[in-house]
Design a protein around this ligand. Structure first.
Ligand SMILES: Nc1ncnc2c1ncn2[C@@H]1O[C@H](COP(=O)(O)OP(=O)(O)OP(=O)(O)O)[C@@H](O)[C@H]1O
Ligand SMILES: O=C(O)[C@H](O)COP(=O)(O)O
Length: 483
C-alpha cells in the first residue's frame, strides 16, 4: 500500500500550468452571457471594457448589496465592508487611490501571459475609479521572489492591462521611493500607474509597518481588490489600511465574498458540495465546515481511498493517508449525525501505474485488486452523482474527481463540469472554489456559464473553511443602512 507521502500523485507544476494555459486561451475571448443577478455579479469577461461596463459594475455592486440585505445573514457575512461603489466622484476626483490587486498571473518562459483571468477580473474596479477622475496607483505581487528578481517583474502585465483599460498604463520601476513619488505626482486624473512587484521588498510579507507607511504615503485612500491574496496579512493587503482612510473593498473582492461566503451560508436548498482533490488532509477544514451547511456531500479524487480503507475495503496501491483513517471514520459519522447525505463513488477507474498510458479498467469500489490504483470515479458513480445533483439548487465544487491531467482519467471530473454547466443553465447556483477544479472547468470550456469561478486558490479554501481573511477584516465597515 502506498503511503501518501511516497505516492506519485502530482504532475509537474509546468504540466499543470500548460493545461491551465490551454484552457485559459479558449476562455479568454468569451463574453459575459448569462442573465440575472448572479451572472451580472461576474467580472466582465469581454476584452473591451467600456464605460457602460463600469456603470454595470456600479449597478451590480449596489444590486448585490440590495440582494444581500434581502438575504439577511448573507448581508452580514458579505457586505459589511465599505465598497468602492460607495465612493462618489466627489470622493475620488483628483484623489490618489492605492489599489491592491492580485495580478499574479502565470507567465511562460518568454514572459508571455498564459492566463489573463486575474487581470480581466481587476478591470471593473480600476475602470470605475478612473471613470470618476481618480489617479490609480496599482499594486500587486507576482510569484514568490526573494529580493529583486527580473523574471518576477510586473512589466509583462502592462500591455494587456493597457489594452483592457483602453489607456496607456504607466509602469514604475519600484514600489516606493522618490522616483515612484515623481511618477505618481505627474499622473493625470484618470491615469493608472502600476508599481513594481511589492514582494521585491521582504518587508511586504513581514507586514512591516514602516514599509506599509511608505506605500500609504503615495496615496489618499485605499481599495483592496486582491481576493487571491486576501488570506495574507501583508503590508499592501493589511498593514497599509492603518495609514489610509477610507479603506474599501473592490468589486471583485465583494463578488468573491458574496458567493463564497454569502451563497454558501444561506444557500437556496437543497445545497450540494462536491469535494475532491488528492488528499483528505488538505480538505479536512473544508469538509468539516461544509458538513455544517450542505444537504448533500459528494466526495471524489484521491481522498476517497482513505475513506474506503477506513471502512475495511481493499484499495490496492491507491493513494491512502494511513494516519487519517480515524478522521475519515469520524467525518462519515459526523455526516450521519448532521443528516447530510454523504456519497462516496460506488465504482472507480483503476490503473496499473500512475501514467497517462496506464492500462485501465472499471471496477466496483469494493474490489480494487492489489497492484492497481484508483485514478478516477467510474460511470455508475457519475450517474448517481448526477442524479443527486439534479435535485439541488446550489452547488459548490472544490477539487477534481480524478487525475484529470491524464485524459484517460479525466472523465469523472469532466462529467461533473458538464453537469454543473447544464444545471447552471437551469438556474442552479454553481460555484467553483478555485484551484484545479477551475482548471478542469476551463479545460471543458464551460467556465463562462458557471455562476461564479473564484480567482483565489488558497483564499477560497480558507473562506470555505470558515476563516476570516486579514485583507478583508482590515477594511472599513460599511455605514449601516436602515431599510
Ligand atoms: N485518485 C487520485 N489519485 C491521485 N491523485 C489524484 C486522484 N484524484 C485527483 N488527484 C489529483 O489531485 C490533484 C488536485 O488536488 P488538490 O487537493 O490540489 O485540489 P485543488 O484544491 O482543486 O487544487 P489546488 O491545490 O490547486 O487549489 C490533481 O493534481 C489530481 O491529479
Ligand atoms: O496565486 C495565489 O494563490 C495568490 O496570488 C497568492 O499567492 P501566494 O500563495 O504566493 O501568497
Amino acid at each position: 500500500m502506498a503511503s501518501a507521502a511516497a505516492h506519485p500523485t502530482s504532475l509537474s507544476i509546468a504540466a499543470r500550468a500548460a493545461t491551465r494555459a490551454a484552457a485559459a486561451a479558449a476562455a479568454a475571448a468569451t463574453p459575459l452571457r448569462r442573465g440575472g443577478l448572479a451572472a451580472a455579479c461576474q467580472p466582465a469577461r469581454s476584452l473591451a471594457f467600456t464605460a457602460a461596463d463600469a456603470r454595470l459594475a456600479v449597478h451590480v455592486a449596489s444590486r448585490c448589496r440590495q440582494a444581500s440585505s434581502a438575504r439577511g445573514t448573507r448581508a452580514v457575512a458579505t457586505m459589511a465592508k465599505k465598497s468602492v461603489g460607495d465612493l462618489t466622484e466627489a470622493d475620488l476626483e483628483g484623489k490618489r487611490v492605492f489599489v491592491r490587486a492580485d495580478l499574479n498571473v502565470p507567465l511562460d518562459e518568454n514572459q508571455n501571459i498564459t492566463d489573463d483571468t486575474r487581470i480581466r477580473a481587476a478591470v471593473p474596479t480600476i475602470q470605475y475609479l478612473i471613470g470618476k477622475g481618480a489617479k490609480v496607483i496599482l499594486s500587486s505581487h507576482l510569484g514568490r521572489p526573494k529580493g529583486v528578481t527580473p523574471k518576477f517583474s510586473l512589466a509583462p502585465i502592462v500591455p494587456r492591462l493597457s489594452e483592457l483599460l483602453g489607456i496607456q498604463v504607466q509602469k514604475a520601476d519600484d514600489c516606493i521611493g522618490p522616483e515612484v513619488e515623481k511618477l505618481v505626482s505627474a499622473l493625470p486624473n484618470g491615469g493608472v500607474c502600476l508599481l513594481e512587484n511589492v514582494r521585491f521588498y521582504k518587508e511586504e510579507e513581514k507586514n512591516d509597518p514602516e514599509f506599509a507607511q511608505k506605500l500609504a504615503s503615495l496615496a489618499d485612500l485605499y481599495v483592496n481588490d486582491a481576493f487571491g491574496t486576501a488570506h495574507r496579512a501583508h503590508a499592501s493587503t493589511e498593514g497599509v489600511t492603518k495609514f489610509l482612510k477610507p479603506s474599501a473593498a473592490g468589486f471583485l473582492l465583494q463578488k468573491e465574498l458574496d458567493y463564497l461566503v454569502g451563497a454558501v451560508s444561506s444557500p437556496k436548498r437543497p445545497f450540494a458540495a462536491i469535494v475532491g482533490g488528492s488528499k483528505v488532509s488538505s480538505k479536512i477544514g473544508v469538509i468539516e465546515s461544509l458538513l455544517e451547511k450542505c444537504d448533500i456531500l459528494l466526495l471524489g479524487g484521491g481522498m476517497i481511498f482513505t475513506f474506503y480503507k477506513a471502512q475495511g475495503l481493499s484499495v490496492g496501491s491507491s493513494l491512502v493517508e494511513e494516519d487519517k483513517l480515524e478522521l475519515a471514520t469520524s467525518l462519515l459519522a459526523k455526516a450521519k449525525e448532521k443528516g447530510v447525505s454523504l456519497m462516496l463513488p460506488t465504482d472507480v477507474v483503476i490503473a496499473d501505474k500512475f501514467a497517462p498510458d496506464a492500462n485501465s479498467q472499471i471496477v466496483p469500489a469494493s474490489s480494487i485488486p492489489d497492484g492497481w490504483m484508483g485514478l478516477d470515479i467510474g460511470p455508475d458513480s457519475i450517474a448517481s452523482f448526477n442524479a443527486a445533483l439534479d435535485t439541488t439548487q446550489t452547488i459548490i465544487w472544490n477539487g477534481p474527481m480524478g487525475v484529470f491531467e491524464f485524459d484517460k482519467f479525466a472523465v469523472g471530473t469532466e462529467a461533473v463540469a458538464k453537469k454543473l454547466a447544464e444545471l447552471s443553465g437551469k438556474g442552479v447556483t454553481t460555484i467553483i472554489g478555485g484551484g484545479d477544479s477551475v482548471a478542469a472547468v476551463e479545460k471543458v470550456g464551460v467556465a463562462d456559464v458557471m455562476s461564479h469561478i473564484s480567482t483565489g486558490g488558497g483564499a477560497s479554501l480558507e473562506l470555505l473553511e470558515g476563516k476570516e481573511l486579514p485583507g478583508v477584516v482590515a477594511l472599513d465597515e460599511a455605514v449601516p443602512v436602515t431599510v
